[in-house]
Design a protein around this ligand. Structure first.
Ligand SMILES: [Fe+2]
Length: 376
């Protein structure tokens, strides 16, 4: 049995409500446990906590332009490794045509996020049409291949040695944000049966302990004529998400959790109205992400808290310092010019420190750490 040391105090000149009614001229910083779920303190600072003039050493906010990484690879296991830990492996993959071989991940569940392109996804469970904005969750061990319509750019997020699950939706219930009935599953349809073959040779690239083995069959092993059960590949598009919001309170990113693995969460930022209460923050609050490394992949739209960030980029904020809005975004802290956000982004928050993969350094935007310079 253990519990956090109980403290509840209001000290000095302070608001009693997080993210609202800040003392005039101050900037709020949250310091918390368990991401945004544990005990937290909210400081009211005279200066933006990101107002550094220099930030040197290995701990820095970093940004990568993954679109520049995207040399085509016909195998997902050749995709560029971007950020990696023992529990989470993030890759970026451009598939120029169709996959000549099947893939199978024996290391963990895989989450594909289709950033661009279209294709036909064939797997043990049948056929699924995929397009930009799709999340496709692959249970560990699923055999699959893609016939590409338009070249695909795919963010791959491996839940190493664990499984993707859904968050408990708590007070708002199981059908909020998205209804489980919205999840699509592959179908055993005419096209799926037509791709089956008794005499064509097919190979499966199996990834286990991050090494690839090749299994050759004298037939197409995607040859199921049917299946039943409670486990399948599922697909949902970001357009199907109906994000939580409050007109009086800036909800933390955890309100936008889409999938959970053992040691990380995947959240989706989708367009939503700005808060309207005059005292409520309209931009993300400054916070230390001390328990998590934070990764955001920018998919589409206009990213309201970031200058110089375009679709296909990824930012990486390792735990250990405070981050928050850029100076320009801060000028709209309480007054936005637009009625709603216009952004789709995928966030991955990991409990374990991530290492930058081999390819990512080549597409790094070295000026990112300085992008908070200048006063609001
Ligand atoms: Fe954050």
């Amino acid at each position: 049995m253990k519990r956090y040391i109980p403290v509840s105090r209001v000290e000095g000149t302070a608001s009693r409500q997080a993210h609202c009614d800040l003392p005039a001229g101050t900037y709020e910083r949250e310091m918390s446990k368990e991401g945004f779920f544990g005990p937290a303190a909210f400081f009211h600072h005279r200066h933006p906590p990101t107002g550094w003039t220099e930030f040197t050493g290995p701990l820095q906010p970093r940004a990568f332009d993954l679109a520049k990484l995207a040399t085509g690879k016909e195998s997902p296991w050749s995709a560029h490794e971007v950020l990696v830990s023992a529990h989470c492996r993030i890759r970026y993959w451009r598939l120029p045509g169709s996959m000549p071989r099947l893939a199978r991940n024996a290391d963990g569940d895989e989450l594909l996020f289709v950033h661009a392109g279209t294709g036909e996804f064939y797997c043990d469970f049948g056929r699924l049409a995929i397009e930009a904005g799709d999340y496709v969750v692959l249970p560990r061990g699923t055999m699959w291949r893609i016939e590409s319509g338009a070249p695909l750019d795919v963010l791959m997020i491996e839940a190493t040695n664990s499984s993707y699950q859904l968050p408990d939706k708590g007070l708002v219930g199981n059908h909020a944000i998205f209804d489980p009935a919205v999840l699509d599953t592959p179908r055993i349809d005419v096209e799926f049966l037509a791709q089956q073959s008794d005499d064509a040779e097919w190979q499966v690239e199996v990834k286990r302990r991050n090494a690839v083995s090749l299994i050759t069959y004298p037939f197409n092993p995607l040859d199921a004529v049917g299946w039943h059960g409670e486990l399948s590949v599922v697909r949902i598009n970001v357009r199907d998400l109906r994000p939580l919001m409050s007109h009086r309170y800036h909800l933390p990113p955890s309100a936008h959790t889409t999938f959970l693995a053992n040691r990380f969460v995947v959240c989706t930022f989708a367009p939503r109205p700005f808060e309207t209460d005059p005292g409520a923050l309209k931009v993300p609050f400054f916070h230390n992400n001390d328990d998590y490394d934070e990764v955001i992949f920018y998919h589409a739209g206009d990213f309201f808290s970031r200058d110089n960030i375009h679709p296909g980029m990824m930012t990486f904020h390792p735990g250990g310092f405070t981050h928050g809005p850029h100076p320009k975004a801060l000028t709209r802290m309480f007054q936005q010019t637009k009625p709603a956000t216009d952004e789709y982004a995928v966030m991955v928050d990991t409990r374990d420190a991530l290492d930058v993969g081999a390819g990512a350094g080549a597409v790094e935007w070295a000026g990112y750490v300085d992008s908070w310079k200048g006063r609001p």
